[in-house]
Design a binder for this molecule. Structure first.
Ligand code: GDP
Length: 350
């Protein structure tokens, strides 16, 4: 009857109210990082970056690089839980006439979002006409080989203890490391991890990073990963600015939840950002009061994407942001999020 439905409506409103409060509390206590902590981590990363620039200019003046710079969530105020990592972007300069990029969907691997970078004009400009020919494998620029060049430098020829003592940090390369990572201890109890991320900016502005396909079989080894991070993040921020919205808050809560719940560790910032961007196309109300509703909607959307095995990249729907998950991981994520739909608070218990 009418009365029953009103009562259950009231119950739902009450539940949502308290979820709203708990989400904001979780955001303050777990997701958001104090300004001071962020500033200290940024400073440590900047100090290292400055030292590395000096070192590389002196040691390898011929290496065609643009200036290295720091990037990542620490610089966009999107890092969560602890301020402990950043990427050091290392942009390689490629000769336009010697290298061309081929989208992954036009290769036998057929993976949108990944690219091959092919050496051109070898007959007129033989091997070693380009500095980066030393990283050529089977006619393609190999991201793995580029990383190895930096790995040799960073792990082999840089005197980290000396640099560390000048800066009053303890610095050491992390071994073994998939990426190329420095660990910087800048306070007794504070560590920062900085990944070297070689980067190609192609003529049309496409950014390709030397981060391998996660399920990289040998045939995937030469693939460069297209980066949408800058555009994704700018879009999210612009939308929030237009309407004073809570998309970034929702993202940070979702990132913290994924970081703190082992069963959700496989969800990354790119997937969560794009899920929110897709939701923004359908859903208009992102006021601060709607955080709980949008958060629940995000969980539901993720469950749907997982069921479909597909999360299209908002900027290029051909790219499936779940393509690096195994079927089992997709199932497990889907199950965990599905269960959370009826008890979202369970995600916030830390
Ligand atoms: P968080 O590390 O979860 O806080 O997320 P970020 O938004 O900082 O993303 C960092 C991850 O995105 C790293 O694993 C990078 O390898 C990857 N990534 C892809 N493109 C970029 C890029 O253009 N810049 C940076 N910094 N990271 C990128």
């Amino acid at each position: 009857g009418e009365r029953g439905s009103t009562q259950s409506d009231m119950l739902q409103v009450r539940m949502r109210l308290s979820l709203q409060e708990h989400l904001w509390e979780f955001y303050q206590n777990n997701a958001n990082i104090p300004t001071q902590e962020q500033a200290m981590a940024r400073k440590a990363a900047l100090d290292i970056c400055a030292e590395l620039r000096v070192f590389l200019h002196a040691k390898l003046p011929d290496m065609p690089l643009r200036e290295m710079y720091l990037s990542g969530s620490l610089y966009d105020d999107l890092q969560v839980v602890t301020a402990d990592h950043a990427q050091l972007m290392v942009p390689l300069i490629l000769e336009k006439n010697l290298w061309s990029s081929i989208p992954g969907e036009d290769t036998i691997m057929n993976v949108p979002g990944f690219w091959l970078v092919r050496r051109e004009n070898l007959e007129y400009f033989p091997r070693n006409s380009s500095y980066w020919d030393r990283c050529m494998v089977g006619g393609y620029l190999s991201p793995k080989s580029v990383l190895e060049v930096f790995d040799k430098l960073v792990a082999g020829s840089i005197n980290w203890p000396a640099i560390g003592s000048v800066l009053d940090y303890i610095i050491r390369p992390v071994v073994p490391s998939e990426t190329l990572t420095l660990e910087i201890q800048y306070e007794m109890d504070r560590k920062l991890y900085v990944d070297f991320l070689p980067l190609l900016v192609m003529e049309d502005g496409t950014s390709l990073i030397a981060k391998s396909h996660r399920l990289a079989a040998e045939r995937h080894e030469n693939l460069w990963r297209q980066s949408f991070r800058v555009a994704d993040t700018a879009r999210l921020r612009a939308l929030d600015q237009e309407d004073g919205g809570c998309r970034c808050t929702c993202l940070k809560v979702a990132k913290a939840v994924s970081k703190l719940n082992p069963a959700l560790n496989q969800l990354n910032a790119s997937q969560l950002t794009n899920a929110i961007l897709l939701l923004s196309e359908k859903e208009g109300d992102w006021t601060q009061e709607a955080l709980a509703d949008r958060f629940l909607q995000l969980l539901r959307a993720l469950v749907g994407h997982l069921e479909a095995g597909r999360l299209p990249c908002a900027l290029n729907p051909k790219v499936n942001l779940f393509c690096e998950l195994t079927e089992q991981e997709v199932d497990e994520l889907g199950y965990t999020l599905y269960c959370a739909l009826s008890d979202p608070e369970s995600l916030l218990r830390t």
